[in-house]
Design a protein. Structure first.
Length: 351
């Protein structure tokens, strides 16, 4: 019989939801549907696409629109099939056999996943007891363990906490390792370091259209880096990694900065409402803590999180239970209210 190698032996497909739910607050997606203006432009764009031809390998139009959105030069942008693909290319290309990478735990699970697939050693730097990052501990461990690549999400998924710009830049400055800052949620906070991309020889920033831009189904992410690193990432990725439809949808959406900015404000408002409701329950009942949120979700530290997760599931509400935290994505007002009602019922039962 064909023997699977060791790294494949315990692998199972990523299936976020086995069953159907009434309300999905589990994947940090945007709850807003695409505005009609965009849908119309996308339909027109589809009509004009030549699907018999390969896509533009450098996704120039999408990269230009992304660059304009952030006020960056286009040549320093690399597009990926979701930022997830870019993470995989970074691990495959910027690490080689025998080298070590570091994360700051708890963090996004895909970093460890790609590390295992690439057979490189993973050094997990612990967070503080309150789940914040200690920049000095990160710097010290990376130096001591000769780390080649450090990656962390800022703000962090799943903790929802953010590390301020000055602290992030200090880490980049102090290290010779490649430092990858995954800013998947930075559209909801104001401490981006993206404008500093050219100031360091070892910095790469990742962004995604899956969260604030409401395009999780489109699969589009970007890396921003200095000329040398952006150039080498373009060379290391597979040539046709971003399909023509995604490139077009991304370019159309990114050109409407006004629409995105108003969507981001709606999402932040929803998060504030959800947080206010949760904090009210915290005062009334106790038994859990809501962490400060710089993202579009609320993270809860609680006793018996599995039992709460299961209770919500029975009520048809999907939330994420990960790294010991209950992670609740901000939804529509109705969805938030349904979630808060279920949470109140659960707390009233006194479990
Ligand atoms: C959602 C998420 C991503 C993945 O984004 P895609 O562009 O959809 O692949 C990357 N990093 C973090 C921390 C995320 O939460």
């Amino acid at each position: 019989m064909f023997e699977l190698n060791q790294k494949l032996q315990n692998l199972t497909p990523y299936i976020p939801n086995e069953k159907k739910y009434r309300i999905y607050l589990d994947a940090n997606e945007s709850f807003l549907e695409m505005p009609d203006i965009l849908r119309k432009e996308i339909h027109q764009g589809l009509d004009a696409l030549l699907l018999n031809r390969y896509p533009d390998p450098l996704a120039a139009e999408a990269c230009e629109a992304f660059a304009a959105y952030h006020g960056l030069p286009t040549k320093n942008i690399v597009a990926g099939n979701g930022s997830d693909e870019l993470i995989s290319v970074l691990f495959m290309s910027f690490l080689q056999k025998g080298e070590r990478f570091a994360t700051v735990s708890a963090d996004f699970s895909m970093y460890a996943f790609y590390g295992r697939q690439c057979e490189v050693e993973h050094v997990e730097i612990p967070k503080n007891a309150d789940l914040t990052i200690d920049p000095d501990a990160v710097i010290k461990t990376c130096k001591e363990r000769d780390i080649r690549l450090l990656i962390f999400s800022n703000p962090c998924n799943p903790t929802s906490l953010g590390l301020e710009r000055a602290d992030v830049l200090r880490i980049v400055r102090e290290l010779s390792a490649l430092v990858v800052i995954d800013e998947a949620y930075m559209d909801f906070w104001d401490q981006s370091i993206v404008s500093c991309f050219a100031d360091y020889d070892n910095l790469m920033i990742l962004k995604t259209c899956s969260k604030a831009f409401g395009m999780a189904g489109v699969r589009l992410g970007f890396a921003v880096a200095n000329d040398r690193l952006a150039g080498i990432l373009k060379a290391a990725k597979s040539p046709y990694n971003v399909n023509s439809i995604t490139q077009m949808v991304g370019a159309v959406t990114l050109r409407h900065k006004d629409l995105t900015e108003s969507a981001i404000q709606d999402i932040i408002n929803s998060k504030h409402e959800l947080m206010a409701g949760v904090r009210k329950l915290q005062t009334e009942y106790g038994g859990f803590t809501a962490l400060d949120s710089c993202t579009n979700f609320v993270s809860l530290q609680m006793e018996a999180p599995q039992s709460f997760h299961a209770y919500l599931g029975e009520k048809g509400i999907a939330v994420r239970f990960t790294e010991g935290l209950i992670r609740v994505t901000a939804g529509t007002r109705k969805e938030n209210e349904a979630y808060l009602k279920a949470m109140r019922e659960y707390l009233m039962k006194g479990c």
